[in-house]
Design a protein around this ligand. Structure first.
Ligand code: AMP
Length: 114
């Protein structure tokens, strides 16, 4: 797949407000936050869309979710609640073709989303 700006963030070629990192996952604040807390959790190994995931990626996707829920607990808003979203392709609103999990928190979130 082609490189994206998230690849550049992983390689520290462009700045980001990084809040979490481990061997497989990087998390940084969204540049255009939609809630008081809006963090993107991305795999360091890029996959373009959810459609491109293979069975072997199950552990990777699990790590994204676990990293997000652990971070929510550490930051103290897990009990109030939060939302995790992964957009896929045009109708899903995906704009960056390197899968990412949006973690939104800090206000009551509406449902259904727009
Ligand atoms: P999506 O629309 O689901 O593909 O989400 C992409 C997200 O990346 C959007 O919420 C953007 O605001 C965010 N974004 C784009 N460029 C940057 C950047 N340089 N640093 C942090 N977040 C970004």
């Amino acid at each position: 797949m082609g490189d994206t700006l998230f690849g550049k963030i992983i390689r520290r070629e462009i700045p980001a407000d990084i809040v979490y990192e481990d061997d497989d996952v990087l998390a940084f604040r969204d540049i255009n936050p939609q809630a008081p807390v809006h963090v993107l959790f991305i795999p360091k190994n890029p996959v373009a869309t959810l459609n491109d995931l293979a069975p072997d990626d199950a552990v990777l996707v699990g790590k994204l979710v676990l990293a997000a829920s652990a971070w929510a607990k550490r930051e103290g808003f897990a009990d109030n609640g939060y939302r995790c979203v992964m957009n896929c392709n045009r109708d899903g609103g995906q704009t960056v073709y390197h899968i990412h999990l949006h973690l939104l928190a800090g206000r009551a979130l509406h449902w259904p989303p727009g």
